[in-house]
Design a protein around this ligand. Sequence first.
Ligand code: MN
Length: 131
Amino acid sequence: MSATVLVIEDTPANMKLVAMLLDKAGYQVLQAANAIQGIELARRFLPDLVLMDMQLPIMDGLEATRILKADAATAHIKIVALTALAMKGDAERMLAAGCDGYIAKPIHYQHFLDEIKRMLATAAKEKELRS
Ligand code: MN
């Protein structure tokens, strides 16, 4: 069974690119254009991984990450931040909010896919340990 990745991204061009890369790599892809919809999909479908854009309307990616990590039903889901931010302290803030990792935009295809694969392998191992 292929892994499911939920992408929460408000910029259509970025969403299209990321969804295409994931789809071509054989993953099931869920898409949300804002954090509220993203949290809803995460709770309903319990994806293996969430790719979380940090800059989102209404509620930003940090807040959405905190909400998913505070909920026992979704806390185990890996969250990888997608971010154009590269300021000192940003990585620390993302990790403090509960992100398991981050990928800087613009994304480099191979690095992006390697990171997703690595994170999903970790998620699969942890799932095995929980069961
Ligand atoms: Mn954005």
